[in-house]
Design a protein. Structure first.
Length: 375
């Protein structure tokens, strides 16, 4: 039924997104820090690269468990809960595939409005003389929240944009000319009257948010060396790049571009086998670049991200083996369990990090309470 489609969309996607950003603000979680930067990148790439194969090939309990991880946990960090099979429902009457894809723009727009609202509330909240340090910390948290929105929404925005703007070439034996249609629906002409209302907003997003943002992060460190930092941009640029060495601050832009690689590769390869082979090569190059550059100021963060790149290489390698075995009807049980263990590793890291973060905030709250009592 389509009667409660919008309500189910709100409950299944917008409510979890609200909780996510409230938690980020409440505990002042800096997703652009060296501790979490590589983790978010790994989770989003895993969700983009591995989720497609697992949705179609759920043959073992390990694979079903992995799908659950992707849908309920990693999907939240990639704004992709609504596309979960367990939440599948009719959005509204006469909704088509383009509506199902473009609804992600609504999620991203809602997340942006929510973050701006929460940032304004925190920015103008004042709690007394003894809380001035907390007030300044909240101003910093507002910048972190906006940066967190960019980090979480960028991959999904790029994924949605390329899904809408990727054409499919059809050839007819009877007619020499080829037809250019929308990839996910062969009966819809590309940039036709039905496709154009979705394609134009996607083009705007591609030319602004998807393209300009990483370019700005790449160029801004060079700009600051020549000219004075811009007062408006500098707090955001500093939040993105402060964890990197001074001569490697452009890696903030590279980390965003890394999120584009699985999206572009997926839309311009013909088979899953081609896709996973190319992604394996891309992950190896990413590890080599990271190993040579060692971009983080903290050496521990360089080591941690190196391990996460290895996780990507191994997980994708096992997926490639699964894809080959499924083609020939071979058993994939052993590979599937290895994959599941690799998928869980980032969650173990997140659990440890959040535990330490909550503990630190509890100590901060206790010190703030002591300040109030003394006052």
């Amino acid at each position: 039924t389509c009667k409660y489609g919008i309500l189910l969309y709100v409950l299944s996607e917008l409510v979890p997104v609200t909780i996510l950003f409230v938690v980020i603000l409440l505990f002042d979680i800096k997703l652009t820090s060296g501790s979490l930067n590589g983790f978010i990148l790994t989770v989003q790439i895993l969700q983009l690269v591995q989720y497609g194969e697992y949705r179609f090939f759920q043959q073992t309990e390990a694979q079903k468990f992995s799908v659950l991880i992707f849908e309920l946990l990693y999907g939240l960090l990639n704004l992709d809960l609504f596309h979960s099979d367990i939440f599948s429902f009719c959005l509204f009457k006469n909704a088509n595939i383009l509506d199902g894809i473009a609804i992600k723009y609504v999620t991203v727009a809602y997340a942006f409005i929510l973050v701006v609202f929460l940032a304004l509330v925190m920015n103008y909240c004042y709690c007394g003389k003894c809380c001035r340090k907390v007030y300044r910390k909240r101003r910093s948290s507002a910048v972190n929240a906006v940066c967190a929105f960019i980090v979480i929404s960028y991959a999904q925005c790029a994924h949605t944009t390329f899904n809408i703007l990727t054409p499919l070439h059809l050839y007819s034996e009877e007619v020499a000319n080829k037809y250019i249609v929308f990839t996910f629906y062969g009966g819809l002409p590309f940039f036709g009257t039905e496709h154009l209302p979705y394609a134009l907003p996607a083009l705007i997003v591609l030319l602004t948010f998807v393209s300009l943002l990483p370019l700005l992060l790449l160029v801004y460190p060079i700009y600051c060396k020549i000219y004075n930092p811009q007062a408006i941009l500098h707090p955001f640029m500093e939040t993105f790049s402060s964890c990197f060495k001074d001569n490697h601050r452009y890696f903030a832009g590279i980390y965003l571009l890394y999120r584009l690689l699985p999206v572009i590769t997926y839309n311009y390869t013909l088979t899953f086998l081609q896709y996973y082979i190319l992604m394996e090569l891309i992950f190896i190059v990413m590890l080599m670049v990271h190993g040579i550059a060692q971009p983080y100021a903290n050496q521990w963060h360089n080591f941690l991200d190196g391990l996460l790149y290895v996780v990507l290489i191994l997980a994708n390698g096992f997926t490639l083996l699964n894809c080959i075995n499924l083609t020939y009807g071979n058993d994939t049980l052993v590979y599937s369990w290895f994959q599941t263990c690799l998928f869980v590793l980032p969650l173990v890291f997140l659990a440890v990090y959040l535990s330490l973060k909550v503990f630190a905030n509890i100590l901060l709250s206790q010190s703030s309470f002591s300040c109030k009592v003394k006052a």
